[in-house]
Design a protein around this ligand. Structure first.
Ligand code: F0G
Length: 494
């Protein structure tokens, strides 16, 4: 036995490792063929948001938001949900879980008369609350970020605040070997603060940078941004939907963090922040939930002592009593357990490695995707995909691609590029294209297996090999609308 054990390398050295979990229950998909999917695709005007999920016979990569497969512990906790109208049991458990995960200071005793933790039904409601109270305090404000998410940017602008994206130069440089392309450009941040500090209520960093290719942000960058902001008297906030995945990248790729636990890294990240907004539908592992948290006694609370009360009023008017926000007791319970699972090393190793392996398989198949890979999604580089074909920017090739992938193969991906982030000026008849042009494959947590993802790579490869035959699209409805990708309809041009 001893000899044998020495000869065998053991599971740590296997090229293919077993998952650290097994399926607890399964859900069968609908059975639909290509003809039915194609007819449906035409009916929904090539807008994959409107495509019935039951007809998705492949993988659904529309979003990693709220699409988590919950664990058996979460399902058990759900049954323990307390639906009391005020101060339900889960509220106190969530408070402990938030303090434990992000560090002390973001959730005062409910009776302390200094409310600083605000629950909402999802992330964008928390963002809207923050930006609407800020917007009410004056015009001409600017909120810079390493990359605002689409709804975040829309919420900022809906409140007459200017959203500025300071993507790092590495993000746009195909030759860059940076492991942290999600960083904020600190030089541009310094310049902006020097010119306009009086207009900037808060500096934002999104971890990981979803709009910027899902790329992580380094601890050094978070720290430097907070120092730059603080030197100008400004607080730093984190849009922290994927905080645990970001911490994993710091642990793996930033010097000095290899021996630290995910929890230690998370707490250090948040120690530089004066507040954060979060959608718990991502790294909360829950299907619903969001929050806004302000550091007690921090720069933001000091600068805006009136804001906690304004937020509480808004919460009561729009969401519910502050002790449940917009969340049901059962969702709160799944979140309490989700926050414990999300920082488990073996969970994150499996989760992020799956995304990385998926991306690497795309690269090995010759498909142009953004590298290195982020923690939640693989991003197809649409401009490189259509290089050498007749596809023009205004033809929205990313939209054509997502429609064909879904109709022909049953996999749903999401255009996050020239159409989603672009805009159309009806007076000048001009399209304004954003800096990045991606189709995103957002991988739901704990949902798919390697065979599912391998099948997607094969499908994308086949489309890539036939890219010169992909027709351009015409926008037949909604070109000029805000948030147009959620609402528009298209037609193939030929
Ligand atoms: N911030 C970021 C970085 C996000 O990715 C999202 C949502 C939100 C805020 C808003 O949170 O959905 O709970 O209201 N992102 C999803 C996505 C929708 O598909 O990336 P929410």
């Amino acid at each position: 036995m001893d000899n044998l054990m020495q000869a065998l390398k053991g599971e740590a050295n296997l090229a293919v490792k077993p998952r650290p979990y097994f399926n607890h229950s399964v859900s069968f998909k609908g059975v639909h063929d290509r003809k039915a999917r194609t007819e449906m695709m035409e009916k929904v005007g090539l807008n994959v948001f409107f495509f019935p999920a039951d007809m998705i016979t492949g993988c659904d990569f529309l979003s990693d938001s709220g699409t988590t497969t919950m664990t058996d512990e979460q399902w058990a906790a759900l049954h323990m949900g307390d639906e009391s109208y005020g101060s339900n049991k889960g509220y106190f458990m969530l408070r402990d879980a938030v303090n434990d995960t992000f560090g002390q200071g973001f959730w005062n005793e409910p009776t302390a008369n200094r409310p600083n933790a605000f629950l909402f039904h999802q992330g964008r409601a928390a963002e809207d609350a923050l930006f609407s109270v800020l917007g009410a305090l004056g015009e001409g404000q600017i909120i810079p970020s390493n990359g605002h998410f689409d709804t975040t940017e829309a919420n900022i602008e809906a409140n007459k605040i200017e959203a500025v994206n300071l993507f790092s130069s590495e993000l746009k440089d195909p030759n860059s070997t940076s492991k942290f392309k999600g960083n904020i450009d600190t030089n541009r941040l310094k310049t902006l603060l020097a010119e306009s500090a009086d207009k900037i209520p808060v500096v934002y960093i999104t971890i990981t940078n979803n709009t910027g290719g899902g790329q992580p942000v380094s601890m050094a960058n978070i720290k430097e941004a907070s120092e730059i902001a603080n030197a100008a008297g400004k607080p730093l906030f984190l849009d922290s939907c994927r905080f645990a995945e970001n911490a994993w990248f710091i642990q793996k790729n930033e010097e000095g963090y290899a021996q630290k636990s995910i929890k230690e890294i998370v707490r250090e990240m948040f120690s530089y922040a004066d507040g954060f907004t979060i959608s718990f539908k991502k790294d909360g592992l829950s299907n619903m939930g969001g929050g806004l948290f302000l550091r007690d006694g921090g720069k933001f609370m000091q600068s805006y002592p009136q804001i906690p009360d304004m937020l509480t009023n808004l919460q009561i008017l729009q969401e519910g009593h502050p002790t449940y926000g917009g969340m049901s007791g059962r969702d709160i319970m799944t979140l309490v357990v989700g926050l414990k699972t999300i920082t488990r090393q073996e969970y994150l190793d499996a989760r992020v490695q799956q995304v990385i392996d998926f991306g690497q398989a795309m690269v090995d198949a010759g498909i142009p995707v953004l590298t290195p890979f982020g923690g939640h999604a693989v991003y197809l580089d649409v401009n490189r995909f259509f290089e050498g074909t007749n596809m023009q920017p205004g033809d929205f090739g990313g939209i054509s691609f997502t429609a064909i992938l879904l109709a022909a193969y049953g996999h749903r991906a999401c255009e996050l590029g020239y159409f989603a982030f672009g805009s159309y000026n009806g007076e000048t008849n001009e399209e304004k294209f954003p800096e990045v042009n991606f189709v995103r494959f957002a991988v739901p947590r704990l949902r798919y297996e390697k065979t599912d993802l391998d099948s997607v790579v094969e499908a994308v490869k086949e489309i890539y090999e036939n890219r010169d035959k992909i027709p351009p699209t015409d926008v037949i409805y909604g070109k000029e609308l805000p948030l147009r990708h959620f609402k528009a309809r298209f037609e193939f041009k030929n």
